[in-house]
Design a protein around this ligand. Structure first.
Ligand code: 5CA
Ligand code: ZN
Length: 408
């Protein structure tokens, strides 16, 4: 499917460094070392109740990564999925008496508008699960032929025992895995499974549910295999970064890695697994199931500037868990006003050091709060009339646009 229009990316003098980011599998910071093309897969939305500030924070985090890579001279090959058929989407459509395809189209449209407003660079390939069924089915068939998948009353499950590296992404104990599996779409209680953690690859058709024909019988894909099929198809194995929110570390990214490694006989699936922290509201993770949501589109309708929202998100390090509050937004609007006033003066303090500081902060695990502080300092000097460099406001403005995605 089509993605959304790309914002303009101003050209900056010089070049930044490839960033270090935190790899959940390594449990440490790693330097991304892409070739000429950096390959990125970020898990996309399940299109209902989109786009809330948690979603926005995650996509802005990986937008930063893309901007830093590009500034370091890499081309970026970026793929994102849309989980446009899955249990929660079907349940929501049934609850509201709506056609599930209409719900998915409407919410994906809204998501595109929100991403455009927030100046998030689009993926090169934006792929719905429904579009990828013909890629998913052969993978499931292949896993079955390899003895890594088995049948439970017509449903096909993946055997986690088939991957000797299973557990390497999350590093969790079996007990923790069991708990998270139950909370996040798994069915550890289902009788007949070889291991309670084994995830569904193919769900046999049920009355009233959408299904597609396949050699496995009519059905629909399980969750993890969809991302594997789309990622491997467009990026191959050993792509640079698998991204998403930290709620996807287990089971989603663990299972995805296992599916891909067993199916291809190659490893690793991704060179690094990078996760954004959870945005909360009133002490709880912002989530569709809890319904404690602040929507980008609702704030836009209320007249809040998207660039203020973007600055509110960037004021938090991507890996930290944090709470959305009205004060966060007010502070971001104040900052936007200060920055705009600063770059609208005819001259100012030289911006070379600012550009170097922005690059240095972002290359260090995407330290956006540190980058904002550098621009705050430049803007503060500017407001005291400190400088006579006529080119400086332009350089500063282009730097925050290209590196932070904030158009002043
Ligand atoms: N479709 C799947 C991924 S294949 C999915 O998780 N969809 S989602 O709509 O629930 O979430 C979309 C993205 O936003 C995921 O990367 C998820 O990790 C992230 N996300 C969800 N809730 C939050 C939150 N409260 N804070 C930060 N990120 C979040
Ligand atoms: Zn995914």
């Amino acid at each position: 499917m089509y993605a959304w229009p790309a914002p303009e990316l101003p050209v900056l003098p010089g070049q930044g460094a490839s960033p270090r980011v935190y790899d959940s599998a390594a449990g440490d910071l790693v330097t991304t070392a892409p070739g000429p093309v950096a390959r990125l897969y970020v898990c996309g939305i399940t299109p209902y109740d989109a786009t809330h500030m948690g979603h926005a924070a995650t996509y802005v985090a990986f937008d930063l990564l893309q901007r830093v890579w590009r500034d370091a001279g890499h081309r970026v090959h970026y793929v994102q999925n849309v989980t446009d058929v899955d249990d929660p989407l079907l349940e929501r459509a049934a609850r509201d008496g709506e056609d599930w395809t209409e719900l998915a189209v409407r919410e994906t449209t809204l998501f595109r508008e929100d991403m455009t407003a927030l100046r998030v660079l689009p993926p090169d390939h934006y792929i719905g699960v429904v579009e990828a069924i013909d890629r998913i089915v052969p993978l499931v068939v292949d896993l079955k032929e390899k003895g890594a998948a088995y049948d439970v009353d017509g449903d096909i499950y993946f055997s986690v025992a088939s991957d000797p590296r299973f557990g390497a992404v999350s590093g969790l104990s079996p007990d923790d895995m069991l708990k998270l599996s139950a909370e996040r779409g798994g069915d550890p209680e289902r009788p007949g499974k070889k291991n309670p953690l084994d995830p569904l690859l193919w769900r046999a058709a049920r009355d009233g549910e959408p299904s597609w024909p396949s050699p496995l019988g009519p059905g629909r894909p399980g969750w993890h295999i969809e991302c594997v099929a789309i990622a491997v198809d467009h990026l191959g194995m050993a792509f640079d970064v698998q991204g998403g929110g930290s709620d996807l570390v287990f089971p989603h990214h663990e299972m995805g890695a296992s599916h891909a490694q067993v199916a291809t006989g190659e490893a690793p699936y991704a060179k690094a697994y990078v996760h954004a922290g959870m945005v909360g509201l009133d002490g709880e993770k912002m989530s569709k199931s809890r319904g404690n949501l602040v929507f980008v589109s609702a704030l836009r309708r209320a007249g809040v500037e998207p660039m203020a929202m973007r600055l509110a998100l960037l004021a938090h390090h991507y890996r930290s868990d944090w709470e959305w509050t009205d004060d966060v937004l007010t502070a971001a609007q104040d900052r936007l006003d200060r920055w705009r006033a600063a770059v609208s003066r005819p001259d100012g303090p030289p911006a070379d050091a600012l550009l170097a500081a922005l690059r240095e902060r972002l290359a260090d695990d995407l330290d956006a709060p540190g980058a904002l502080a550098a621009m705050d300092a430049w803007a503060a000097t500017q407001s005291t009339g400190g400088g006579t460099d006529a080119g400086a406001p332009g350089v500063a403005s282009r730097a925050v646009d290209a590196l932070l995605g904030v158009a002043l």
